[in-house]
Write a protein of this length. Structure first.
Length: 752
């Protein structure tokens, strides 16, 4: 047996060796799925003599693809470089580069990033004379993106009565027409946005069966990582590619499906067996990452979800220490307690700062944490901030490079036509766009004949611009990416303008542009890059993710990030902060059981990032929308089996200085506590009768008397619909007013 196979446990070995036919690997957290997937590919190449050109492996980040490729190369050698391996977007962009002409696009089409797409949408909304406050660009963009991910074209969108009625009900009846104008404008500009890379690949395979057949014959094995995060469009494409040989292997964990807001469809993994009745299902259940306490606590949480694939995650690791619950008076105090805890843990156990991560539900929560860390001189880094390629000066130069490569690119044209300032105002730009639309020609054709369309006064600076772009085009054709980019940066005037700004901010921007040129030079000098052209570099830049771009010269820092950003990562010590109702779970995710279960999966993901020790934290009060509000501990804390939690001995000065505090809420046998400003009597914990049985609450109405297993007796004050659910506001005798979701409340109705 090959040496790398000897490192696998029995289910992992089964997953690596059984390569024929459809297979689903249900991989629990920390179960070594990346190792299994890479060894499966290595086994195909080494033992089954499958040509790497015939294997397609799809991931969600460039970082994951590189890690997999490196691991495979360590086993099979340089042949690994011939795999069809990368993110869905990068692999499908590669197909479209060769086949886009079938759909009427140029093969050197531009890829619009999110900012480019939103800029174009703003222009469309403005040109249509619509209210920009009613048709906010983010709302319109997300609506169109969602449609594309569900394979709904603009034609189908406009013809769909339910979709159109929904838009009308939301006071945005023109979204369908915006979608149409945006799609046609992208097509005329020879551009595709990120969603188009998927949508158009599906369209290509659906409308051109000869092209589909070519790739079905070329791709013998399809492997998909993080399958629980795929959307409908992604699944349809891979299913088409694997239709002939049925050699499709998907790897994922339904318990870690947390990207529903991005269009991920958990039903892809839950219902995969329905599409492949002869499916081989292999469960990777041994966790190699975490202690027994953390694994079993995570299991107790995810067990509360109804929609899931059954599995029993376990570990042979040590028992570990109990999960520590930190409670604080306010969000600022929470930051102080967490920072103090990190400092103490580091000193006591000789950890590095990089062994710690602080996870939160929303980015806005980082403020108090950052301030506390700074006060204690604890180094940290925030992952998910403004990335390098989103900085204005970088996007400006990239727009020049892209327009020099593709003169049909309207978004880039709008960005650079008057940059640096050359006396071309918004009205002139609008005239150029109108002329292009009225005559059904490109903006490039208009500006090449500026005197005919705009008159002599405006044509001078435009003619100079056209001359520059033509010159840049020659540079691109005759020089490598770095030489061409350096010349364009200089001749465009961007470098000169930045250099002449001697402020600290101006110097920083100038250095950023120099760093971009350094990156292009590094790309050109990389011996593994066969294509040294500017077009190849720009495609790679367009597909870079924010997480892939994160670099830090000093790695020994505490990491701060949202839980969504933390997926796939692991740390020795994990702090999950802000565990309060309406914050986590988010108030925006309580309208249905499906949304609540996704929030619980997010909590499960957060817990399972921890290797050695886990800390959970909540605040009793928190500023929200400028007001200090009382907070209730998250229901997810109740989901954890009590035996795995201990209350932290750490208390803030603010908390201990309050005389005779009143604890107004129960938590895990008395662990949940809220501090009031005035000392009052502590309510007695309610214990229901032994025969307590919840009632059917379908008939529950205002004024009814009810009993709750934790809050005791109360009166229904109000009932409201919340999507498919109902929520009730109840005044309890001892615990005050509570708002409860009826499907979870466990209420017993008593006769008045």
């Amino acid at each position: 047996m090959d040496s790398y196979l000897q490192t696998l446990n029995e289910p992992q070995l089964e997953a690596v060796l059984n390569t024929d036919g459809p297979c689903m690997l249900i991989a629990g957290a920390g179960s070594g799925k990346t190792r299994v997937l890479t060894y499966r590919i290595a086994n195909l190449i080494q033992s089954h003599q499958v040509d790497p050109f015939n294997i397609m492996a799809l991931t969600f980040t460039n970082k994951a693809a590189k890690e997999m490729r490196d691991r495979i190369e360590a086993v099979v050698g340089a042949d690994a470089r011939n795999l069809w391996m990368g993110t869905f977007h990068s692999v499908f962009a590669r197909i479209l580069r060769a086949e886009a002409h079938h759909l009427g696009y140029p093969n050197n089409f531009t890829i619009y990033d999110t900012d480019d797409s939103k800029s174009l949408l703003r222009a469309v909304v403005k040109e249509m004379g619509l209210d920009e406050t009613q048709y906010k660009v983010n709302t319109v963009y997300n609506r169109i993106s969602s449609a594309k991910n569900k394979l709904i074209s603009w034609q189908e969108y406009l013809a769909h009565p339910i979709i159109m009625a929904d838009d009308a009900a939301n006071m945005r009846p023109e979204i369908g027409n915006i979608y149409k104008a945006y799609a046609l404008r992208c097509f005329k500009s020879g551009a595709m946005d990120f969603d188009d890379l998927l949508f158009n690949t599906d369209k290509l395979f659906k409308e051109h069966l000869d092209v589909l057949n070519k790739y079905q014959q070329r791709i013998h094995f399809v492997l998909v990582d993080e399958f629980q995060d795929t959307n409908l469009c992604q699944y349809f494409i891979v299913r088409k590619l694997a239709a002939v040989r049925q050699n499709i292997c998907v790897v994922g964990d339904d318990a870690q499906s947390i990207y529903g807001f991005r269009g991920a469809d958990i039903s892809n993994i839950l219902n995969f067996e329905k599409d492949y009745p002869d499916l081989r299902i292999i469960k990777l259940e041994q966790n190699y990452r975490s202690t027994k306490t953390i694994v079993e606590a995570a299991n107790s949480v995810i067990a509360k979800n109804k929609a899931q694939l059954p599995k029993n995650v376990w570990t042979a690791n040590d028992e570990g220490t109990p999960i520590e619950l930190i409670k604080s008076v306010s969000d600022n105090e929470e930051g102080k307690l967490v920072a103090s805890s990190i400092f103490e843990e580091k000193m006591q156990h000789q950890y590095k700062f990089s062994d710690f991560v602080i996870l939160y539900r929303t980015n806005s929560q980082s403020r108090a944490i950052e301030e506390a860390l700074r006060r204690m001189n604890i180094k940290y880094k925030v992952v998910g901030g403004l990335s390098f390629y989103q900085r204005k000066e970088i996007k400006d130069l990239l727009a020049y490079l892209r327009f020099a490569l593709n003169q049909q690119d309207e978004a880039s044209f709008r960005r650079i036509i008057n940059l640096p300032k050359r006396g071309i105002g918004d009205s002139t730009i609008d005239k150029i766009i109108v002329a292009a639309n009225d005559h059904a020609i490109s903006i490039w054709e208009v500006i090449q004949n500026a005197s005919s369309f705009l008159g002599g006064r405006a044509s001078g600076p435009i003619d100079d611009f056209v001359t520059k772009i033509k010159r840049f085009g020659i540079e691109i054709q005759t020089k490598d990416a770095y030489e061409a980019a350096a010349e364009i940066a200089k001749a465009s005037g961007l470098l000169k303008e930045l250099y002449e700004d001697k402020t600290a901010e101006g110097l920083s921007r100038y250095e950023n542009v120099q760093e971009l040129l350094n990156a292009i030079k590094e790309y050109v000098d990389d011996p593994e890059k066969e294509d040294k052209s500017l077009g190849a570099f720009l495609q790679e830049v367009s597909l870079v993710t924010g997480q892939d771009e994160n670099k830090d010269n000093d790695p020994d820092k505490v990491t701060l990030m949202t839980i969504h950003m933390a997926k796939g990562l692991e740390f020795k010590n994990v702090y999950i902060v802000g565990l309060e109702e309406d914050l986590f779970p988010s108030q925006m995710m309580l309208s249905s059981r499906a949304e609540l279960e996704e929030e619980r999966r997010l909590f499960y993901v957060a817990i399972t990032r921890a290797q050695k020790k886990l800390f959970l934290s909540y605040a009793i009060t928190r500023y929200r929308f400028g007001r200090l509000k009382n907070c209730e501990p998250s229901r997810f804390l109740d989901d954890i089996d009590k035996r795995y939690i201990k209350v932290s001995p750490r208390f803030s000065k603010t908390e201990t200085s309050i005389p005779n505090p009143n604890y107004a809420k129960s938590f895990v046998s008395g662990m949940k506590k809220s501090v009031s400003s005035q000392p009052v009597a502590k309510p007695t914990a309610y214990k229901p009768a032994a025969d307590f049985t919840p009632s059917d609450t379908k008939a529950l109405a205002t004024g009814m008397k009810v009993e709750h297993p934790k809050f005791g007796f109360g009166t229904v004050v109000n009932i409201e619909a919340l999507g498919a659910e109902r929520k009730a506001k109840i005044q309890f005798s001892d615990f005050g007013e509570k708002t409860l979701l009826l499907s979870f409340a466990k209420l017993k109705i008593h006769e008045n």
